[in-house]
Write a protein of this length. Structure first.
Length: 318
């Protein structure tokens, strides 16, 4: 026989039941809130040419969140009166089209992009003209990253500077793919960087080296460049060495450099260079360098074997 309950007891039971349902719903929603937080769409800021260098810098410093994001540059000419400093990690800067977006230096002693100690940085799909006369290797590098990780520079044309088109110094995890440099001193330079892929680039008219793999000239680390792939690049019109895998300091050594399937033709006798060696590939003070499938023509010496080269098992390079 069912027990008869009072009105007060009935209301209390119903209230406790409703309270329980509310607690269960709240507990169920908490994980959903966390999932929603994790899948928030990254910030993308779109800029027009009138923004110029200052607008790009302001977007990086003040408009992107601390977690990073993307900046899209619409087609047109962006004047540079200073470097664009990438001051946050997880930043991508890209153009609407490679030929349509032009970054052009108009004042000051400045390149295009610099970064120090950041991670997950991408620069892609644009053209950069520093408008500097090449004369003595004492000028401006177009893109210079130091102590960074997970760097991607791709689909970018760089021209007219008296230093490097791209230099990565003490970086780890670098991809430089499908870029083009012209009228620079050196095209692409790795100084004591590790896990670097330099692939499918066109490097033309260098008064020094096309691709230079070497040690940190500031000597802040004790190793040379390591685990570097140089593959499928087209290098023409260089004065010193097309691909230079060497270190000048006896306390350093490059290691595990792979030079494969590159096209190296038609060296340059530069009227402004004191190093018109016109060499195809040089290796010196390097361990476990692999050279395979390259085409080297129209230079003074195709392959130059320097000093202190060896394999990790102690044998000499063949």
């Amino acid at each position: 026989m069912l027990k008869k309950i009072s009105r007060r007891e009935f209301i209390g039971t119903v209230a406790r039941f409703i309270a329980g349902l509310i607690i269960v719903k709240v507990l169920f929603m908490l994980p959903q809130a966390r999932i929603s937080e994790q899948t928030t769409t990254p910030t993308t800021i779109t800029l027009s040419p009138s923004a110029g260098r200052r607008g790009i810098q302001d977007a990086i410093d003040n408009k992107l969140p601390s977690s990073g994001g993307s900046i899209k540059l619409l087609n047109g000419t962006y004047n540079l009166d200073d470097d664009i400093k990438i001051t946050k990690s997880n930043v991508t800067i890209y153009g609407e089209s490679r030929s349509g977006v032009l970054l052009k230096r108009t004042a000051n002693f400045s390149g295009a992009f610099t970064a120090d100690g950041k991670s997950n940085i991408t620069v892609r799909t644009m053209t950069i003209d520093i408008q500097e006369t090449t004369q003595n290797n004492d000028g401006i590098s177009i893109i210079g990253f130091e102590d960074c990780s997970d760097v991607n520079i791709s689909n970018t044309t760089m021209r007219n500077c008296d230093k490097m088109g791209i230099i990565v110094r003490r970086c780890n995890g670098v991809v430089i793919n499908n870029c083009a440099t012209s009228n620079t001193w050196n095209g692409i330079v790795s100084q004591s960087s590790r896990n670097v892929d330099i692939t499918n680039n066109k490097i033309h008219t260098c008064h020094g080296d096309g691709i230079y793999i070497t040690q940190d000239f500031y000597k802040q680390v004790s190793y040379g460049s390591q685990d570097v792939l140089v593959k499928n690049n087209d290098i023409r019109q260089w004065a010193d060495t097309a691909i230079d895998d060497s270190v000048s300091d006896t306390s350093y050594r490059n290691a595990r450099i792979y030079i494969e399937d590159n096209t190296i033709v038609n060296s340059l006798t530069s009227p402004i260079s004191t190093d018109n060696n016109e060499l195809g590939i040089t290796i010196s003070r390097t361990t476990d360098t692999h050279i395979n499938g390259n085409t080297v023509n129209d230079c003074i010496q195709c392959i130059n074997i320097g000093v202190e080269n060896r394999n990790s098992d102690g044998s000499k390079l063949q």
